[in-house]
Design a protein around this ligand. Sequence first.
Ligand code: ADP
Length: 259
Amino acid sequence: PGGPGGGRAQTIAPPGVRHIVAVASGKGGVGKSTTAANLALALAARGQRVGVFDADIYGPSMPRMLGLTGQRPGVVNDRIQPLQTLGLKVMSIGFLMNEEDPVVWRGPMVMGALEQMLRDVDWGELDVMVVDMPPGTGDTQLTMSQRVPLAGAVIVSTPQDIALLDARKGLNMFRRVDVPVLGIVENMSYYVCPNCGHREEVFAHGGAKATAAQMGCRFLGDIPLDIQIRVNADAGTPIVVSDPEGPHARAYLGIADAI
Ligand code: ADP
């Protein structure tokens, strides 16, 4: 054993966490972290106790997206305390380094850091831990899917063919390691001009729904390309909290309800 789908090493599961959901994508830049942050906030808005675990060691986005840049977690009784904001508990390697410093680590160091953030962080009682995975199907994905008891994975893709091709690879990886795929989200699905209302399908439209049907998994919903989603994510107040009654928040709540 040892290859994908081979024998399972000892699992790492934070004891008080009921469900661990990975948010994954085949490619970078499709909006996986934005989706993970908004989905976590949508679950919290539904009354769940939610943690966010940023497993994107080489490109952690959660400190900035959740307005926690420059903050450091405390330590109580030798246990690292996750940061708390917007009703979420959050842990990211980004809290342990300066924002512009690269992580120059080989795989085993990354695996060690992931394990430590799951084991030595005092996550407490959580209904859901949302894991922001790195893009692609590398070491981290394998470790997380084989060693962490994932309840399932949400795949984020933009609608163009090249992104969907990589999304299918991601989906097949989770299936190979027996992690249920909860469904696909189509991000940057269309753009509506705020001035004239014209709708443009910048990256094509509907590809994720078609892919979900082909692959026999659920389509969880689409999120448009919208400047407010980007501005609020950059500002550390994702759209679900900055405009909780708006159409985008409703879309993320719909995805939270579907998983
Ligand atoms: P990934 O995690 O897949 O690398 P990010 O979530 O970091 O992608 O998103 C990449 C960039 O695109 C960020 O600047 C983010 O604010 C922006 N973005 C993501 N989704 C949307 C969207 N639906 N509309 C507008 N901008 C978006």
